[in-house]
Ligand binder design. Structure first.
Ligand code: GDP
Ligand code: CA
Length: 307
C-alpha cells in the first residue's frame, strides 16, 4: 500500500511516526512544509522537516515537545554572549544538522536531495520530501502588522490575533521532484493533525499540489488537530475562532474543502457533529503506541470511507 502524508512539524510528526511503524518498509512518503523555514545565525533551518525527521528517528524530546532529546544549549549561550541573535532556540545537537544542511545548500544541493540524504543516514525506509525546493515563507497579518511566521510564533509568542495568512513565494514555486508523482500514485492520502493555516495550507499553496489531491484516485483522510475544540498546544483554536468562527469538526473540514473523503475526530468532539463522513476515536498521541493506534484507525477510516 502506498500512503502519502502531508505534515507540518510536531503535531504531524507524531502521526507520521505512527504511520511509519504500522506500514511496511517504503510504503510511506511524507510531504513536508517549508513555510516555517528561516535563516538563524547564517544557517538554514527547516523546523517542520526536522520535527518529522527527529520524530521518525526517535531523536525527539517528548517532554519538551520539540527539538532533540538530551539537548544542550552551549553554542546558543556563546552566540548570545558574543552579541549574536538568540531569539530562536537552537540546541547544540540540533545545530549539527543545520550546519550540514546549510553547507550542502551552499554547495548547490537541493533541499529535497539533502533531506533524502539525511533520512537515509538514519536508515529509515520512509521517504520525506519538502513540498518544494523553492523558497516559500508564511507571513501572518495581525492587528499589530505583518510578521514573518517565526517572528510572530517565537519572538512574539503568537500572542497577536491572525486576520490573514500569506504564503510568500508559493505561487512561483515548483513541487520538488517526486511530490506530485507520489500523490498521483498513492492509495491513501493522509493529512496529519497539523495546524491547517500554518502547516498544511502552505503545502497546498504550491501550484499542482491542491489539484493533485482534488484529482486523487486515492482515498483521503485528515486527522483533526483539535480535541474538544481546543488545540493540544499552540494557537490553532484561537486562529480558527477568528478566521472561521468556530472549532467544530465542520470548521476543520472547511479547511480542506474538496480534499477529504473522511475526517478522524476525537471522542470529545463527537457530540459537535452529526456528519456521516467522520470516524470517532481517541486522537491524543501521548506516546508512540497511541500514535500507532491512531495511525491504524486513520488508515482503516480511509479504506472504509464512513463508519
Ligand atoms: P508545528 O509545525 O510544530 O507547529 O506542528 P503541526 O502544525 O504539525 O501541529 C500543531 C497541531 O498539532 C496543533 O494544532 C495541535 O493541536 C496538534 N496536535 C499536537 N499533538 C496532538 C495529538 O496528540 N493529537 C492531535 N489530534 N493533535 C495534536
Ligand atoms: Ca511548523
Amino acid at each position: 500500500m502506498k500512503v502519502v502524508c502531508l505534515s507540518g512539524g510536531v503535531g504531524g510528526a507524531k502521526l507520521v511516526a505512527g504511520l511509519h511503524d504500522v506500514l511496511g518498509a517504503g510504503e510511506l512518503t511524507v510531504i513536508g512544509n517549508v513555510g516555517d523555514d528561516l535563516e538563524v545565525l547564517g544557517l538554514h533551518v527547516s523546523p517542520d522537516l526536522d520535527s518529522v525527521l527527529y520524530g521518525l528517528a526517535g531523536l525527539n524530546d517528548t517532554e519538551r515537545g520539540w527539538g532533540r532529546a538530551g539537548e544542550t544549549w552551549q553554542a546558543l549561550e556563546s552566540a548570545r554572549a558574543w552579541g549574536g541573535e538568540d531569539w530562536f532556540m537552537l540546541g547544540d545537537r540540533d545545530l549539527g544538522l543545520h550546519l550540514v544542511r546549510t553547507q550542502a545548500l551552499r554547495s548547490g544541493e537541493r533541499l529535497s536531495e539533502i533531506t533524502e540524504r539525511l533520512v537515509r543516514t538514519t536508515g529509515l525506509a520512509t521517504r520525506l520530501l519538502p513540498v518544494t525546493d523553492d523558497r516559500v515563507r508564511t507571513h501572518v497579518v495581525t492587528p499589530a502588522g505583518r510578521f514573518a511566521f517565526q517572528e510572530w510564533f517565537v519572538a512574539r509568542r503568537h500572542e497577536d490575533e491572525v486576520d490573514a495568512l500569506l504564503y510568500e513565494g508559493a505561487e512561483d514555486a515548483t513541487p520538488a521532484p517526486g511530490v506530485v508523482e507520489a500523490l498521483e500514485s498513492a492509495d491513501t492520502i493522509v493529512i496529519a493533525p497539523s495546524n491547517p493555516f500554518v502547516s498544511i495550507h502552505p503545502i497546498l499553496a504550491v501550484p499542482g499540489i491542491t489539484r493533485a489531491v482534488e484529482a486523487r484516485r486515492a482515498r483521503s483522510v485528515a486527522v483533526s488537530p483539535l480535541i474538544g475544540g481546543k488545540a493540544v498546544r499552540g494557537p490553532l483554536d484561537r486562529m480558527m475562532l477568528r478566521l472561521l468562527g468556530g472549532t467544530s469538526p465542520a470548521h476543520v473540514k472547511r479547511c480542506y474543502e474538496g480534499l477529504l473523503d473522511v475526517l478522524v475526530i476525537d471522542g470529545a468532539d463527537a457530540s459537535a457533529t452529526s456528519d456521516g463522513h467522520v470516524v470517532v476515536t481517541d486522537t491524543l498521541m501521548d506516546d508512540r503506541d497511541a500514535a500507532r493506534r491512531l495511525a491504524r484507525t486513520t488508515l482503516e477510516a480511509a479504506m472504509d470511507g464512513t463508519s
